[in-house]
Write a protein that binds this ligand. Structure first.
Ligand SMILES: [Zn+2]
Length: 198
């Protein structure tokens, strides 16, 4: 298998001692965490399988496609499913921060994230579906800028941040596709997905 891109460039990781890959963005951290729990010797050389980082993004894309496929397969609930999904994606970080005892600042930050994405999503519940496109398309800011590359990396697991990126983008893309496609087919901006009764 090929390696994972690290801050030192793209290098194969198999066979390298753990300490040399500890700074690799995702793999080194995951491996070092799990290994530190089980091996008492700090500098023990281990071999790792980078497969799980290679599949993280595609896994998110596939799972996101399944999610958005289910949403559009249930036209009565499409909007609700897309709204609830985005709120849950944001709530996950509240869970991670609480689980890691990150303190009130991070809890407030994550709750603010739920409020921001929840508000955007709620606009899409009865308003334009572009709100849902925007909400899903912007969630990678939370995943990557704040939690994968940013300070939230201390507690947000890579198994969530990276797949969530793929998930978000495919969902946003499919919603946008259906908006544009339905306009093209029906000549209307009112997409077939009904709005919930007030
Ligand atoms: Zn996300």
């Amino acid at each position: 298998m090929h390696g994972t891109r690290t801050r030192y460039g793209s290098e194969p990781l198999i066979g390298q001692p753990l300490h040399s890959i500890r700074d690799a963005p995702s793999l080194g951290r995951m491996v070092s965490r799990s290994r530190e729990r089980t091996t008492p010797t700090e500098n023990r050389a281990i071999t790792v399988n980078p497969m799980h980082t290679d599949i993280a993004l595609p896994s998110g894309v596939i799972l996101g496609a399944i999610f958005v496929g289910i949403a559009y397969a249930l036209p009565r609930y499409t909007r609700q499913i897309l709204v609830v999904g985005l709120v849950l994606a944001a709530l996950a970080y509240v869970h991670f921060s609480v689980e890691a005892n990150e303190g009130p600042l991070w809890l407030a930050t994550e709750l603010a994230g739920v409020a921001v994405y929840g508000t955007i999503a709620a606009r899409g519940l009865r308003g334009s579906l572009w709100w849902l496109v925007a909400g899903w398309a912007l969630h990678p800011v939370w995943d990557i800028a704040l939690h994968y590359a940013g300070p939230g990396r201390a507690f947000a697991p890579d198994w969530y941040t990276i797949p969530c990126l793929g998930w978000d983008l495919v969902v946003a893309g499919v919603i946008a596709y259906y908006i544009v496609f339905s306009r093209w087919v029906a000549g209307t901006s009112n997409f077939a997905v009904p709005r919930p009764a007030r």
